[in-house]
Design a protein around this ligand. Sequence first.
Ligand code: BG6
Length: 479
Amino acid sequence: MAATTLVILGASGDLTQRLLMPALYRLHALGLTRDLRIVGYAKEPWSREHFERHIHKALQAFAPDFKEAQWNRFRRQLDYVGGELQADQLFALKDKLNPDALFYLALPPALFGVAATALGEAGFAKGPRNGWRRLVVEKPFGTDLASAQVLREQMHAHWEEEQILRIDHFLGKETTQNLMVFRFANRFIEPIWNAQHIAQVQITYAETLGVEKRAAYYDKAGALRDMLQNHLMQLFSLTAMAPLAEWDAEVLRNHKVEVLRSVVPITAATVDAHAVRGQYRAGKLGRKTLVGYRSEPGIGRGSCTETFAALRLEIDNWRWHGVPFYLRSGKRLASDYSEIAVQFREVPGALPKAVHAGNNWMIFRIRPTEQMDLLVTAKRPGLDLAGRPVVLTAPYASPDHLEFSAYEQLLMDAIEGDRTHFLRFDEVEWAWRLLTPVLDAWQSGTPDFYAAGSEGPSTQKRLLDLGHLWRSIARNGDA
Ligand code: BG6
């Protein structure tokens, strides 16, 4: 790797301390980023020493395996410049930049456009002949279709689409990346990955966490914007996309967009058949008593923000016609449980009398553990030809392989310029377009309430086809 500069704008903030620096520290400890110069930029008029002390504290708190000796090597990579998000002040970074440089916007979303413009005006979007420039930006990309389009215009005024790396940290998760490998590297999957064999797909991201200290952001966003529009839509399109003929970031993203374009549009008239929203009331999780969303600090007593959202999506193409995809995510649910669960259709034909063949499920589990489960029917040991359910489990982790956090993966990709796991603008745009009628409908009315620590609102049932059941959040998916 040639010497590269990573400038973090918003270097005094939470994302930098909690996620970016611990990831950069680990990559450094593993010897993967020895030539990286990290320059923090924020409005605080700090000295380099002050910044170092700030990051030192952050790493002690958030970096697993923190070691002082390692820190003493890592700190030499750090530098700091204080200033506002204005071209004339950003210009002070000029002498710190290598020909290859990337700018990470670890900033509140309202400042993404301002920062991209100011960096452009400072002349940083264009590197010298022998170098490259990239802009890394976190979700959320806009708060609806119109604002996402405005943001794109602002960014494109100075930056080419190829230079912009939009992070959705779910694309850095091992299970998400495994989905691409497992689906396409195994001969037996592709022939059955279609409506002829698959009955339904459930994608769940359930959290026990509440709104925590993010009231100001969350109360404006809600679950649909916070989780469904981005993370779950990504898991959805990776599950449903067609195999690639060429392994290439653009082809991959074309395929994902193709899925989104084939989704049957939800309209004002069909919102209730396709979407359910909920909000948690007071409840209990184990022995812990939990307050309701409206009693959380910073949340208005009459807030109608949804803390749970579920969608039913249908894809109108040859592969998926007639297969419902159910997506849901919520806060303060019964457990931290997340997965992509694919149910196959029943088998036809005759079976021995004592064999009841349940539908097969293939489950890509994300939490509580990353693993793959295949639910099958096998013979029950004994004299009779009877059946029993068996789970074939493949743990994802392996003692022979290091695992990387989503931020470690994505930072490495950003430095190396691999765009595979970043979002192209049209993916973001299509996801907003699909959800706009739901967002519009949810501007009025109230969410359905559910007790904190529960499975979510009982009304989520109305999205399901006859014969389908939501997998249990309390029991990690088991019936
Ligand atoms: C974030 C959401 O993008 O993803 C949070 O803003 C959510 O509300 C988080 O808790 C979940 O991701 P992870 O990787 O922390 O489980």
